[in-house]
Ligand binder design. Sequence first.
Ligand code: NAD
Length: 345
Amino acid sequence: MSFREMDAGGHEHVAYYRDEPTGLRCIVAVHDSRRGPAVGGTRMLAYDDEGGALTDALRLSRAMAYKTAAAELPLGGGKAVIIGDPAEKTDDLLRAYGRVVDSYGGRFVTGEDVNVDVSDLRVVESVTDHVGGTGGGDGTDVTAAGVVHGLRACFAETDGDDSLAGRRVAVQGVGKVGRALVARLVDAGAEVMVADVDGAAVAAVGDEFGVESVAPDAVYDEPCDAFAPCALGGVLNDETIPRLRCDVVCGSANNQLAGRRHADALAERGILYAPDYVVNAGGLVSGVVELEGGDPAAALERVGAVRGRLATMFRTARETGSTPLAAADRFAEARMAEGGERQLF
Ligand code: NAD
């Protein structure tokens, strides 16, 4: 890993911090700050080597910048990784990390991620104001509402009718977002099918909404109008794409494509892919609205913009012969450029 990789990814700032007394070792990466303060969670992992940690920080901060820009929020994208065994996380280490965050004076604002939860953030918050997501708000339903807007945009694109009534939608993962999505789809008259590795979660949505289920691995083979991944990343790959029997893929999961070339593979099969980072911005929108003092109704209204944005991206993709993913990236890059000056770290 070298500075060349940072240049190639278009990153603005990457810093490594080390605090001897607490054992803290962390990397803060800011991909873009032209639209506003860089936001991004903090994860803690026992990376095999520093290169892996740096790659993660670069990849995740870039993804945040594209997500905030595509959502047209006045924010940039960043990410922090703490290198170390989460079992060895101490309050002293978290306070040392909090001082790192504080040193950015609000130009980097962080939140939860893998192995860093709200209780950890409260410790970080004891030394810095620049932490989000500890207010108790839950953006899950706003995320699900964004997926519904995404599905409507997809159907408007595939057959000119944005109605969900009678559409067959396969929802993969009925955790927080998947369950809320099932509720909204059933309410809109869709025929829903669910799959989850957690049998109790499947039984619970089955009882609550009367929806049918399929085995977790069989969900890819189910004939349906739309497949909604709401569980894991990497589910659209060389093995699953040839099996899909849907017209549309639109769900909340992060990093659904195993690689960028899988956006092409979906297009080649005539399947319309709604870029995940555009569809799943609801959680972020909800956090911003909460910080602005707005209520959940305001967040639900604001996430409605997902539909128009996707329609624009689908049109661009159609007109330029590119994929919706490429069109989404160009859209986000244009919004970043409109942001003006970088914050200069
Ligand atoms: P969650 O942990 O509550 O639910 C995930 C569900 O997926 C669980 O029920 C789990 O059993 C199931 N699952 C795991 N592996 C599976 C498999 N192989 N097949 C089928 N089901 C499987 O998570 P969540 O908050 O509902 O988030 C779902 C996805 O959406 C994640 O990728 C998350 O990063 C993304 N996302 C969530 C939000 C939000 O507001 N919570 C916002 C943006 C993106």
